[in-house]
Design a protein around this ligand. Structure first.
Ligand code: KDG
Ligand code: MG
Length: 401
């Protein structure tokens, strides 16, 4: 099981993806996702220039040792570029081990802890009425948990509002600057959820993403205002570099909190978990060091009654989605998985065994991760520069993501 070859494949079937393909001398290969939205080529370069040369000749069976080698051995620790690169190596090694032993990865992780994985979808609209209609469509497709986002009146563009149910967060070409107005946002969100509960009753699980736009006290106020509508979670209420700021939010509201899609190591969420300042940890395979590191975060979270709720937007490739589903199926303290279906072109480039039915997903029982890459099709979709939009306050001040 010596690693004989390693290649980085960059393609853009609807959006950019970076994939690491590891090949062994015995003719097996494993895939890992290394996509970092808006910074794809930085990870591709880190892999090609610094990681791939050190991988050749290593024993692919030594997953933990290779992880520690790239984490401790680089001297420079953590950071999204490094951790996405390590994640790609780790994911590809789990894929390889599954294929070598002829079992799906979840069997290597302790086996299934549940029959299938509950996912949530993204409903959004330009008005409250549009958002209600979008939630209705998700219900009709079988989703039992739905994230609801509504455009903020008076703001030309609100992040997270799709023109169709299937949308892409990054915009190709020039970077878009939008205007953010906290007062208007805080005014509309409770009205939206009051309508949603009235219309859809108590059974559907409702989620909301704040995208880090509030201060801790504003977030506390929103969480408190949403309490009558029993959200499954309020996500990323405030930027979380300062983990202590969640103490303030927690003191004021019982609305469950989910944080962590931008975190890349256990140290980014250690205090949040140990002090039980959050309810769901959203770290994901590709951005938090792969399946191996995510399992350590989940184990810490399990000790403190925090459950997992991994990020699953379209900028995580089907390779990451497959890895996430193997992780979700196996880990005891799984909470929910985000699922934003990929474009048809993406699904054609990355054929996969995972399935969706009635709001639940399963990774399938193919050996390894159960996902492939059609390289001859991938080359027909070359990289295109794209960025997430940024937000400024009405007076032009650059605002938090
Ligand atoms: O790359 C960033 C997007 O994936 C992110 O903004 C989407 O917040 C998001 C979510 O919860 O899916
Ligand atoms: Mg989010």
């Amino acid at each position: 099981m010596k690693i004989a070859n390693a290649r980085v494949i960059v393609c853009s079937p609807g959006r950019n993806f970076v994939t690491l393909k590891l090949e062994t001398a015995d003719g097996l290969y494993g895939l890992g996702d290394a996509t970092l939205n808006g910074r794809e080529l930085a990870v591709a370069s880190y892999l090609t220039e610094h990681v791939v040369p050190l991988l050749i000749g290593r024993d692919a069976r030594r997953i933990e040792d290779i992880w520690q080698f790239f984490y401790k051995g680089a001297y420079w620790r953590r950071g999204p570029v490094t951790m996405s690169a390590i994640a790609a190596v780790d994911t590809a090694l789990w894929d390889l081990k599954g294929k070598a032993l002829n079992v799906p990865v979840y069997q290597l992780l302790g086996g299934a802890s549940r029959e299938a994985v509950r996912v949530y979808g993204h409903a959004s609209g330009e008005s409250i009425e549009d958002t209600l209609a979008a939630v209705g469509r998700y219900r009709d497709r079988g989703y039992t948990a739905i994230r609801a986002q509504c455009a903020v009146p008076g703001m030309a563009k609100t992040y997270g509002i799709g023109r169709t149910d299937a949308y892409e967060p990054a915009e190709r070409g020039a970077l878009v600057e939008s205007v953010w107005d906290t007062s208007r946002y805080l005014a509309i969100v409770p009205v939206l959820f009051e309508r949603l509960r009235r219309e859809f009753g108590p059974d559907v699980q409702l989620l909301h993403d704040v995208h880090h736009r509030l201060t801790p006290i504003e977030a506390a106020r929103l969480g408190h205002a949403l309490e009558p509508y029993h959200l499954f979670w309020m996500e990323d209420p405030t930027p979380a570099e300062n983990q202590e700021s969640f103490r303030l939010i927690r003191q004021h509201t019982s609305t469950p909190l989910a944080v962590g899609e931008v975190f890349n190591s256990i140290h980014d969420c250690r205090l949040l978990i140990q002090e039980q300042l959050i309810d769901y940890i959203r770290t994901t395979v590709v951005h938090a060091g792969g399946i191996s590191h995510l399992r350590k975060i989940a184990s810490l979270a399990e000790l403190h009654s925090v459950r997992t709720g991994s990020h699953g937007a379209t900028d995580l490739s089907p390779v990451c989605m497959a890895a996430a589903l193997h992780f979700d199926l196996s880990v005891h303290n799984f909470g929910i998985q985000e699922y934003m279906p990929h474009s048809t072109d993406t699904d054609r480039v990355f054929p996969h065994a995972y399935t969706f039915a009635e709001g639940m997903m399963h990774p399938g029982d193919a050996p390894g991760l159960g996902v492939d890459i059609d390289e001859s099709l991938a080359v027909t979709f070359p990289y295109e520069r794209a960025y997430l939009p940024v937000a400024r306050l009405t007076d032009g001040t650059m605002h938090d993501w």
